[in-house]
Structure formats: structure tokens, C-alpha cells
Design a protein around this ligand. Structure first.
Ligand SMILES: Cc1cc2nc3c(=O)[nH]c(=O)nc-3n(C[C@H](O)[C@H](O)[C@H](O)COP(=O)(O)OP(=O)(O)OC[C@H]3O[C@@H](n4cnc5c(N)ncnc54)[C@H](O)[C@@H]3O)c2cc1C
Length: 470
């Protein structure tokens, strides 16, 4: 069948990554120049081994350490809580750490603490399936996620930490003519917003992904797909580590094993928090706890429209590379990619009930495996190595919240549903702006906490059931 006439936007025409990279290099230089001193070595250690030196990660510093035996500095200090801060960010996931980093870097606010109840990366930032993209079609969300993808494109340079962005491209499949029409509409909206999108007909998909089931017996015949070449994957733990290191180098205290258990109030103003490591005063407090959003907000007396569900992810035994794109099934919520180690990484829908267990249920394993085999029959004999779950904070319309709350000096970021990882840089960027200025960043004004009361939902779920997820 002939594909509707949208052509490639081409990467070069965007011009953003190069500009972003140059700016990021300048910023990395600032971070290096302002890095704190290396701290005091243990008694006697200096005589035995050269002292660790904070420096940028580079081929030069690698060679220098190889030749001199100098140790690497900890990526971030094991900070102890102080009695008060200008801003306290609750939650050391990707969003909390990015928020602290941009508060310091973009707004010069350095008396900042990030409080994490476990260890960094123990939440969803280290559990997700690593997909990043900006193929959104609701006004507001389109621009926000494109801003995020542009930040991803310069992030390794910005942080001087390789987050392993792999822009391998994502293909969303259409299994019928009407679904291809929906994808054409989405592609055209993306292109009108300056985002790359290419519509593929059946032949185009077959040339790119010949191992999909194109046979006459296929359960869901493939009619075409929408390709975003700049979409891809990012090494998820590296994002937490890179932002933690970047924030730490600007003076932010990253405090692990410190759970927030309550809020200090003076009327309708939040003045600090209670934690398992004592009371901490805060001029401004920011909640960024993903799957625990409703629980933590409730400690401040707020009832927010978020439910916690489990989302599972799966990885198979490693095999030779054959899948060099991210592929999203159009007949169910299912997507698959291949990791650098060779395992196939995939996921699907949330489990259908509320839970905080971080352990998925068997019926979903079965549905996801059925999708995998319907799409790529040749992997039917592969063994699953592992599966795990994270806690997703689901909103009624599939769009998140970033903004002020009814309580003064308390800010909220959450409700990211399936899409919080790809949002990490932009969420941190916009949340930091919101906290620093006590006013929502223009890119997130449509994501206010009271939008349902105003009848102003942003229905990311209703945006073509098959196309809103990875
Ligand atoms: C299996 C799975 C696959 C996913 N795949 C993708 C994907 O491919 N692409 C995508 O864009 N998104 C994906 N997501 C969603 C994405 O991972 C999340 O939306 C995003 O990571 C949430 O933001 P975060 O990184 O800040 O969360 P988290 O890493 O969960 O950070 C929140 C932190 O808050 C801490 N915390 C909670 N309560 C307290 C407290 N009281 N005091 C102190 N700290 C507290 C938690 O311990 C946690 O570390 C996926 C999610 C899952 C579970």
C-alpha cells in the first residue's frame, strides 16, 4: 500500500545537537572549574598511594591514572544532612537528581539536598526499559518531550559522563489501514513541530525489520509504521550516576538512606521535613518520588489523582545482534529492543491492580511473551533470563504533573506513567525553573495539578491506544 506523503525531516536540518554540544562543553568547563577540593585522605593512605584527584573523565585522565596509579575520586560524596537548605528535593531518582543539577547549574541555587530513602538508582530510574523518543501529538506534550530529546542529545558532554545514548530509531507498527492513518497524522504533527518522522509502508518496514512476521498466517498483518530515527535508548543507571555526580560537583548534598516521614508546616506553608535522619529545615521543598507520589503527598495532607501500579520488564539470554531498532507492536502495548550485551529487552502494560511490591505477576508474563512471539516468531525458543517490576504512578489522562501545590513552598513532580525516563532531563529542567521562580516553566503550564478540576485533562491515553507507548 502507498504510504501517505510525509518525507524525512533529516537530522541535519534540526541543527540542535551540535549547538547543544558546544554549549554543553562550555558548561562542563564551568563545572570543572568550580569543582570542590578532593577531601582529606585516610591517615597513611597518602604515603602508600597517590591521593585521588577530582578531574574530568577523559582519555587523558585515564592515561594519567594508568601511569601514576592515582585513584579515582568517588563520583559523589556521601553527604550528611545539614540542619537546613534552600531547597530540599525528596527522591533520588532521575527526576530528583536532574532537578537538583539544574537548580544549581541554571539558577545558581546550590544549598540543595536530594534525599533518597534507599540507594541511588533503586527506583524506576534503574528499572525501566531505557527508551527515549519524542513522537507525541498532544500540543504541549509534543514540545516538552522534544525538549527532553534535545537535552538527551547533549547530555553526555553536559555531564562529562557517558550516558550511552543510542539513537537507533524507533518504529511504531500499524496493523491496519486506519492505524496507519493515525500514525500519518501523528507524523505530520511531529513534523509541523520540527520533529523528525517518517512514515513507512509495508515494504519499508520489511526492508528495515525483515525478521518480523510478514507471512500470510501472521496474527497481526503489518501495514506500515512510523519511524523516528532520533529515538533510541539510554543506559538508565548512568543517568542517575551522571546527574548525581554533576549535582555533587556544584555543591548539592546527595543523601542516601534518608526517608522523608513527614512535613513541617506553618499554616499553609511548608517549612521543612521530618526524616529518618532527623528534622531538616527547607525554604522550598520538592516532591519527586515517582511510584510513591500519592503516599508522600499524603504526608503533607494532599490528595493527588495518582494510582500506583506495577510495570514489568523482561530480558532474555544474550544472542547475536539482529535487532538494531526499537520496535513497538501496534496490536497490543508491547515494545522490544536489543541491549548491548545481546539480551532482548521488552515490556508491556501495567499489572491491573495497585501494588508497591516491585514484583510482577505471572499473567502479564504470558501476555508479553505472546506479543513477542506474534511479532518475531523466530525468538520463540529463547529463554527469559530475568523479569522485574517498578512502581508506576498512573494519572487519569496519562499525562504527568509538574508545578506548584496548594501549599506554599511545596512543589510536585509525578504521575509519569510509562514515560518518565525519556522525560528525565526536561522534567528536571522545568521543575528546577518552577521551584526557582515559584512559577511554572512555560513548557509545563499545561501539566498543573488542578487541571481536572478545571476540566482541562491532556488525554495521552486517548491519543490512539496503540500509539502512546514505546
Ligand atoms: C519496568 C519499567 C519500564 C519502564 N520503561 C520506560 C521507558 O522505556 N521509557 C520511559 O520513558 N519510561 C519508562 N518507565 C517509566 C520511568 O522509569 C519512570 O516514570 C521514571 O523513572 C520516574 O522518575 P524517577 O526516575 O525520578 O523515579 P524513581 O527512580 O522511582 O525515583 C523516585 C525515588 O524516590 C524515592 N522515594 C520514595 N519515597 C521516598 C521518601 N519517602 N523519602 C525519600 N525518598 C523516597 C524512591 O526510593 C526512588 O528512588 C518504565 C518504568 C518501569 C517500572
Amino acid at each position: 500500500m502507498a504510504a501517505p506523503a510525509i518525507a524525512s525531516a533529516g537530522r541535519a536540518s534540526l541543527g540542535y545537537p551540535a549547538a547543544e554540544t558546544a554549549r554543553a562543553r562550555r558548561n562542563s568547563k564551568i563545572a570543572r572549574d568550580e569543582a570542590p577540593s578532593a577531601g582529606t585522605p585516610l591517615p597513611g593512605a597518602a604515603r602508600r598511594r597517590p591521593r585521588a584527584v577530582i578531574s574530568r573523565y577523559s582519555a587523558w585522565s585515564l592515561a594519567r591514572r594508568a601511569l601514576t596509579g592515582a585513584r579515582w575520586q568517588r563520583a559523589w560524596r556521601a553527604a550528611e544532612p545539614k540542619s537546613s537548605y534552600e531547597v530540599v528535593v525528596i527522591g533520588g531518582g532521575g527526576h530528583g537528581l536532574a532537578t537538583a543539577y539544574y537548580l544549581a547549574k541554571n539558577h545558581g541555587i546550590r544549598k540543595v539536598a536530594v534525599l533518597e530513602r534507599g540507594y541511588l538508582g533503586s527506583g524506576n530510574v534503574g528499572r525501566n526499559t531505557t527508551l527515549v523518543r519524542s513522537n507525541y501529538q498532544i500540543d504541549g506534550n509534543t514540545q516538552f518531550f522534544e525538549h527532553s530529546l534535545k537535552l538527551w542529545e547533549g547530555l553526555s558532554h553536559e555531564l562529562n559522563f557517558n550516558v550511552m545514548l543510542s539513537q537507533r530509531g524507533q518504529v511504531v507498527l500499524a496493523h491496519g489501514p486506519s492505524q496507519l492513518d493515525v500514525l500519518a497524522r501523528k507524523g505530520n504533527i511531529m513534523r509541523l513541530n520540527g520533529i523528525d518522522a517518517e512514515l513507512l509502508d509495508r515494504g519499508g518496514v520489511m526492508r528495515m525489520l525483515p525478521f518480523l512476521d510478514f507471512s500470510s498466517e501472521s496474527r497481526f498483518p503489518i501495514h506500515g509504521g512510523l519511524l523516528q530515527r532520533r529515538a533510541g535508548t539510554v543506559r538508565h543507571d548512568a543517568v542517575a550516576w551522571g546527574y548525581a555526580r554533576g549535582a555533587d560537583r556544584q555543591g548539592v548534598d546527595v543523601i542516601e538512606n534518608c526517608e522523608v516521614t513527614g512535613f513541617l508546616r506553618d499554616g499553609d506553608r511548608i517549612t521543612g521535613i521530618e526524616t529518618t535522619r532527623g528534622r531538616i529545615g527547607a525554604e522550598r521543598t520538592a516532591i519527586s518520588v515517582a511510584g510513591h507520589s500519592s503516599r508522600v503527598a499524603a504526608l503533607a495532607g494532599l490528595r493527588i489523582p495518582v494510582e500506583s501500579h506495577l510495570l514489568q520488564a523482561f530480558v532474555t539470554e544474550p544472542i547475536k545482534p539482529f535487532l538494531d531498532h526499537v520496535v513497538s507492536f501496534g496490536a497490543e502495548l508491547f515494545y522490544i529492543s536489543q541491549s548491548d550485551k545481546g539480551g532482548l529487552v521488552f515490556g508491556g502494560h501495567i499489572d491491573g491492580f495497585n501494588s508497591y511490591t516491585q514484583r510482577g505477576q505471572f499473567p502479564k508474563v504470558r501476555t508479553v511473551a505472546e506479543c513477542a512471539v506474534a511479532l518475531i516468531p523466530s525468538i520463540s525458543r529463547l529463554r527469559l533470563l530475568r523479569h522485574w517490576a517498578g512502581i508506576q504512578d498512573m494519572t487519569p489522562d496519562g499525562s504527568p504533573f509538574i508545578g506548584r501545590t496548594p501549599l506554599r513552598n511545596l512543589y510536585f513532580n509525578g504521575g509519569w506513567c510509562y514515560q518518565g525516563f525519556k522525560a528525565t532531563p526536561a522534567a528536571g529542567w522545568c521543575f528546577a525553573h518552577t521551584i526557582a521562580n515559584d512559577e511554572e516553566h512555560p513548557l509545563v503550564r499545561h501539566l498543573a495539578l488542578d487541571r481536572f478540576r478545571r476540566g482541562n485533562g491532556h488525554d495521552e491515553y486517548g491519543n490512539g491506544r496503540w500509539t502512546y507507548k514505546q
